[in-house]
Ligand binder design. Structure first.
Ligand SMILES: Nc1ncnc2c1ncn2[C@@H]1O[C@H](COP(=O)(O)OP(=O)(O)OP(=O)(O)O)[C@@H](O)[C@H]1O
Ligand SMILES: [Mg+2]
Length: 340
């Protein structure tokens, strides 16, 4: 395909057994001083076939155009980009957008050196443009639409003109732009719960490939819980059976809360949801909490304690109690089989 790639990465690297390959880079093709920008591989990261398919197609074919990844908080957008780049060995320079971000924050500005001389310091976009990095912008809609409009020509891969120095930089053939967001760019999320977000200009969104990343399907999320749950000792059931059942019930409890949050369950309504991020935290705290049963903590208390710390302590008591009941009902007595 394109000559910019100099390596081929097997599907096994992404957790699949197919013959499929993804083009990538050799680590040695980057300057040693840039190696730290290649994200560290998380062996427990679970790729989903569909999103990996879109990402690979964009990676290999969509060279000059940015990728826009939208999805609810904690669904794995940022970690997906980083974990993909870890495997294809692409350095990533990341930033999070904000309301007062302006073009100079992206391109660069003059600083005064120790010897009182003025020196231009490249911003993250300029560094990516020069060196061929992936420029990752998180929460892109936290910045107003006119900012992204002001770099429209760069979103198309045009040369970067630094007004302050007069320098023109051709886009390095490896440079890529990825933006993540909780809203879809041209419309808000259905609940309108994300604060201070700006609907973006259609001309900006028009330039991007789009990828939706909702919370994981049951099989993927259960696989993630299974692969990252530590070994446990059980009574009356084998440890692997227990882990599987625990993962299934955890996922089910997250699903119930997600349905209530999205209004899919008309009988209950809650103000927060269990993202994959929260689910992992809840799992860790729950295992800790189950162990404290030895100190007289009941099963119910153990679940509530773990839920409070991982999610519900920032909610009103009604929402917190509904979530606790939904989760408790799904988890049942699974903790009773743990040897504490
Ligand atoms: N597929 C996955 N495999 C492994 N861990 C995952 C996966 N998806 C999410 N996680 C876990 O959830 C955490 C949150 O993911 P991440 O930060 O990528 O979410 P996000 O969608 O970017 O959220 P936000 O919109 O809040 O920025 C990760 O640090 C990781 O622990
Ligand atoms: Mg993120």
């Amino acid at each position: 395909m394109q000559q910019v790639f100099d390596d081929v990465i097997c599907a096994e690297e992404f957790g699949f057994t197919s013959e499929q390959k993804v083009l990538g880079y050799q680590r040695e093709s980057w300057d040693v001083s840039e190696h730290y920008l290649i994200p560290k591989k998380d062996p427990n990261y679970v790729f989903r076939q569909e999103t990996l398919g879109i990402m690979s197609a964009w990676w290999e074919m969509g060279s000059g155009e940015p990728l826009f990844v939208s999805g609810p908080h904690g669904s794995g957008k940022t970690s997906f980009i980083n974990q993909f780049c870890a495997r294809v060995r692409a350095p990533v320079i990341a930033m999070t957008a904000r309301a007062r971000l302006d073009r100079t924050d992206l391109i660069g500005h003059y600083v005064i050196d120790k010897d009182k001389s003025m020196r231009f310091v490249d911003g993250p976009l300029t560094r990516a443009w020069r060196r061929g990095f992936v420029f990752l912008v998180n929460e892109m809609s936290a910045a107003p639409g006119d900012l992204w409009l002001s770099v429209n020509e760069l979103l198309e891969g045009a040369p970067l003109f630094i007004e302050a120095t007069g320098e023109v930089i051709e886009r390095h053939p490896r440079t890529r732009i990825v933006m993540t967001d909780n809203i879809r760019g041209l419309c808000d999320d259905e609940k309108g719960s994300y604060v201070g977000r700006f609907v973006q200009d259609p001309a900006v969104m028009d330039r991007c490939w789009k990828m939706r990343m909702d919370y994981m399907d049951a099989d993927s999320e259960i696989a993630l819980i299974l692969s990252s749950t530590p070994e446990v000792q059980c009574v009356g059931i084998s440890s692997s059976e227990w882990k599987r059942e625990f993962a299934v019930r955890l996922r089910k409890s997250a699903e119930r809360v997600r349905e209530a949050y999205c209004g899919m369950d008309p009988t209950v309504s809650v103000d927060a949801t269990i993202s994959t991020r929260v689910l992992m935290r809840f799992r860790d705290l729950l295992l800790l909490s189950y162990r404290s049963k030895a100190m007289g903590c009941s099963h119910r208390e153990a679940v509530r304690k773990a839920l409070r710390i991982s999610l519900t302590d920032c909610l009103d008591s009604t929402s917190a109690s509904v979530i606790e009941k939904l989760v408790e009902a799904e988890l049942g007595n699974i903790g009773d089989y743990l040897l504490v």
